[in-house]
Ligand binder design. Structure first.
Ligand code: NAP
Length: 306
């Protein structure tokens, strides 16, 4: 039986470890506080932001959400970010992506003070990651490392293959694995013979955004498989093919009209891997937990506690 890497359990551990740190800050009169900028009405972004605000409230982190309209210009958004940067009461600023097409996302991310960049996206903080210096790490990759470590999955000396080279997941998770002494290969859409490269991975991270693309012939027997993908499938025939032998998933599809699917074929993963992250309930819950951890760490730095 493969080990299921339980993201909900690790999320709860991380949250309960944050509680005494938040209490210690409160004892010094410093309540950690996070500002979220949510531009326009992207339904997926609205769901993510609701989750972030709710978790902040549960933990006693002060949160506020700015909701500028879809029509905002780059200049106007830069002004709002500048105002947040200047506020001494804020420890963290998060600009929810994606931004509308007329907004220059790079300029906006660059404008967030590196000191308050709880997403770890600012080039200064990316540089700290590359150099192995302390600093906020991108939340999903940091969560993946927590999942591996807290389930005692060995990393040092092992071959890790990362499929996907985005700034948000692929590149930072590859660097974090490298710092843990894995031998890392990064793959992307132009990698020839991807199944053969993936089969070299003792640890395989799939961050692609294509439902169940990683099938049995990509998996090394006994590998640890981290499935970052979150793809909504609304075609019943496709869902039935992906979830063959998993009637409860098809029942859920029939109830909701769609189902969440990772980048890895779930049946192949369960049969071939020695450990894997389920979708949902694997990597997903860690992203918000690590955002909270970055916000608390920022508050501690700013309060002079570390
Ligand atoms: P992204 O920016 O679209 O990057 C996707 C990467 O996959 C790119 O590097 C792309 O290669 C590569 N790729 C696409 N098709 C490929 C193929 N056929 N063969 C090999 N590589 C291929 O996506 P992302 O932001 O990293 O997100 C990836 C997935 O993770 C999505 O499903 C997203 O929803 C999910 N996600 C989940 C969480 C979470 O909290 N669980 C957080 C973030 C993202 P090129 O660079 O060559 O185009």
């Amino acid at each position: 039986m493969a080990l299921v890497l339980d993201g909900n359990r690790v999320r709860d551990q991380i949250k309960s470890e944050l509680e005494p740190r938040i209490a210690a800050l409160a004892a010094q009169g410093h309540r950690p506080s996070l500002a979220v900028v949510l531009v326009g009405h992207n339904p997926a972004s609205e769901i993510y932001v609701r989750g972030k605000v709710k978790t902040s409230q549960d933990l006693g982190i002060c949160s506020e959400t700015l909701t500028p309209p879809d029509s905002i210009s780059t200049g106007e958004l830069l002004e709002q970010v500048d105002k947040l940067n200047a506020r001494p009461d804020l420890d963290g600023i998060l600009v929810q992506l994606p931004l509308p097409p007329q907004v220059d996302t790079r300029r906006v991310l660059l404008a967030v003070s590196p000191d308050k960049d709880v997403d770890g996206f600012h080039p200064c903080n990316v540089g700290r990651l590359v150099a192995g210096m302390p600093g906020p790490r991108a939340c999903t990759p940091a969560g993946i490392l927590e999942l591996l470590k807290r389930h005692h999955i060995p990393i040092a000396g092992r071959r890790a293959v990362v499929v996907g080279r985005s700034d948000i997941v692929g590149k930072p998770v590859a660097l974090l694995l490298l710092h843990e002494h894995a031998t890392v290969t990064i793959c992307h859409s132009k990698t020839p013979d991807l199944p053969a490269v993936c089969r070299e991975g003792d640890i395989l991270v799939a961050a692609i955004g294509r439902a169940a693309m990683i099938t049995a012939d990509y998996l090394k027997p006994g590998a640890t498989v981290i499935d970052v993908g979150m793809n909504r499938v609304d075609n019943r025939a496709e869902a039935a093919c992906i979830f063959r032998g998993m009637p409860e998933k098809l029942a859920s599809f029939d109830q909701r009209g769609s189902v969440l699917v990772g980048d890895v074929d779930p049946t192949a993963m369960r049969e071939i891997a020695s450990a894997y992250t389920p979708v949902p309930g694997g990597v997903g819950p860690l992203t918000i937990a690590m955002l909270m951890a970055n916000t608390v760490a920022s508050a501690e730095r700013r309060a002079g506690l570390c």
